[in-house]
Design a protein around this ligand. Structure first.
Ligand code: NAD
Length: 525
């Protein structure tokens, strides 16, 4: 990218808008290539002393952060709601609580998970050496995050990166940068040294500049399309990446499910965050015996939801993030209607509330080929489809390019587990939806187009370190038997050694051992 474009990007401004009211909350400058590079250089300079501070000090900083976040929980929840639209109580539970608990997990476990680990050797030849795994920070981790969980996604990833000794440069979504600045303020107040955590504000090009900058690893969360573009850019320079991408999560309701409980789960799973969750229930397959009753219960519960401004304490479902997203939802619903789907609830915009509001919608009689069952809708729509039996439910669930999460609903836990094992997804929940994201011990991530790598839990922490294998020879004064000075005799001795370790039959092994014993008498170079 040339200088002219750099200047142009750097000069761009973005307006941060409250999606419920259209009010402009703040205008911010976009970081261009030059600003992004400068932030990464500062992070590179600051990282080594943060790494040297050691895990104890870094865990203490996380504890401070947790305390400060707890103190400011209501302020942060309101800030999330104002900038992104979700009900304040959802911001409190699905964002603030998730981050407090992620900090708890790392405070309790990072010391054990990051410490060196002995590697015992099984091969007799290498018994005279001791091995260990050393977990080193990568250096500077770039994080690019979406708008739908503007606090919990970047914060959980950042905490894991920081506790492992990395510096972080975060490029939040251009739609929700203010809450990322709140995160920066909290981390600074907790004692994270200057430049160890930085936020660069901007749109796609600022993110692309971060991918091109000399970061050491990238953790990206966003759509499949952007994820693929980023993976291609990362491949150019073999930049390691974690990609947390989209989903089309299926919900399987078996013939022994509790219709009341499962329909409440479907309604919450489809409409929490106005359906804008990567783990939203996006497809519902229901055993044909329960189908009508289940669909009717969903419709009835959906009609009772209160749609409005997330800052209003009574609101169940807030606005969508922007009108462009509403148009996608509308096009999926129109396609389904044109091809025979029945609208049991909603199915329209709510212009009286504002341009970003769409009524929570339940569709019945959908088919697998409709866009609503194939493409990520990312909005408040619950499509319900009948299926013949468990086999068909599993087949339909797996018939998708995505594989983020899924859920199975049954009164029989064994049956649920059997089906869960057959579903192609990063997470399958039996009798629950979405809450896996809030289980700090559980890894989060997808298979197929839903992504590569994991965040959260010990696997998420593993992504933030590179493993060095450290090998120590216990007998420094001894030449190794496999070094030069070969010959026919040595070959036979080596064969004997292989027999001693791997031959079937005790006598072959004993004979091998006797031949191998000659090894040490060899004249070596
Ligand atoms: P998006 O892909 O449009 O944007 C994500 C981020 O990438 C933003 O910060 C954006 O500015 C940046 N970006 C855009 N183009 C870029 C480029 N060329 N190079 C570098 N960065 C670029 O996604 P979105 O609309 O913000 O988020 C919604 C999507 O995210 C949905 O598909 C959703 O399923 C997915 N998501 C996945 C997870 C998960 O954990 N798997 C979680 C939340 C959201």
């Amino acid at each position: 990218m040339g200088m002219a474009t750099d200047v142009q990007i750097g000069a761009r401004k973005i307006a941060v808008v409250n999606p419920a009211t259209g009010e402009i909350l703040r205008e911010l400058d976009c970081a261009g290539e030059v600003e992004v590079e400068a932030a990464v250089s500062r992070a590179k300079a600051a990282q080594p002393s943060w790494a040297e501070a050691g895990p104890r000090r870094r865990i203490a900083v996380l504890r401070e952060f947790q305390g400060k976040l707890y103190e400011r929980k209501s302020k942060i929840a309101s800030a999330i709601s104002r900038e992104m639209g979700k009900p304040v109580v959802e911001a409190l539970v699905t964002e603030v609580l998730v981050v407090l608990d992620a900090a708890r997990f790392l405070i309790e476990n990072a010391w054990t998970l990051l410490r060196d680990e002995p590697v015992p050797h099984g091969n007799l030849v290498t018994k005279l050496k001791s091995g260990s795994l050393v977990r080193e920070p990568h250096g500077v981790i770039g994080i690019i995050s979406p708008w739908n969980y503007p606090f919990s996604i970047p914060a959980t990833e950042t905490l894991a990166a920081l506790v492992a000794g990395n510096a972080v440069v975060l490029k939040p979504s251009e739609l929700t940068p203010l809450i990322a600045l709140e995160l920066a303020a909290l981390l600074e107040a907790a004692g994270v040294p200057q430049d160890v955590f930085q936020v660069v504000v901007g749109e796609g090009p600022s993110g692309a500049a971060l991918v091109r900058s000399p970061i050491d690893k990238l953790v990206f969360t966003g759509s499949v399309g952007t994820g693929k573009r980023i993976a291609a850019m990362a491949a150019e320079r073999l930049l390691p990446v974690v990609l947390e991408l989209g989903g089309k999560d299926p919900m399987l309701v078996l013939d022994d499910a509790d219709v009341d409980v499962a329909s409440s789960a479907a309604v919450w799973g489809a409409f929490v965050n106005a359906g804008q969750a990567c783990l939203s229930v996006e497809r519902c397959y229901v055993h044909h015996r329960l189908y009508e009753a289940f669909a009717a219960a969903c419709a009835e519960k959906t009609k009772r939801l209160r749609v409005g401004n997330g800052m209003d304490g009574h609101t169940d479902v807030g606005p969508m993030i922007q009108e462009r997203q509403v148009r996608i939802v509308e096009s999926h619903v129109e396609d389904a209607k044109a091809r025979g789907a029945r609208v049991l609830a909603g199915g329209t915009r709510l212009p009286e509330l504002g341009v970003n509001f769409y009524a929570p919608t339940v569709l019945a009689d959908v088919t697998q080929s409709m866009r609503i069952m194939r493409e990520e809708t990312f909005g408040p729509v619950l499509p319900v489809m009948a299926c013949a039996n468990d086999e068909e439910a599993v087949r339909l669930a797996n018939d998708s390019e995505y594989g983020l999460a899924a859920s199975v609903w049954t009164r029989n836990r064994k049956r649920g587990e059997r089906l869960a094992r057959r579903i192609h997804a990063g997470t399958v929940m039996v009798n629950d939806v979405i809450s896996c994201f809030g289980i700090s011990e559980a890894p989060h991530g997808g298979v197929k187009a839903s992504g590569v790598g994991r965040t959260h839990g010990r696997f998420g922490l593993d992504e933030m370190v590179r493993v060095k294998y450290l090998d120590m020879d216990r007998v420094p004064g001894m030449k190794k038997v496999w070094w030069h000075g070969y010959g026919e005799g040595f070959r036979r001795q080596m064969e004997g050694f292989l027999d001693m370790q791997f031959a079937r039959g005790i006598w072959k092994r004993v004979r091998g051992g006797m031949r191998a014993a000659g090894v040490v008498r060899r004249k070596q170079l």
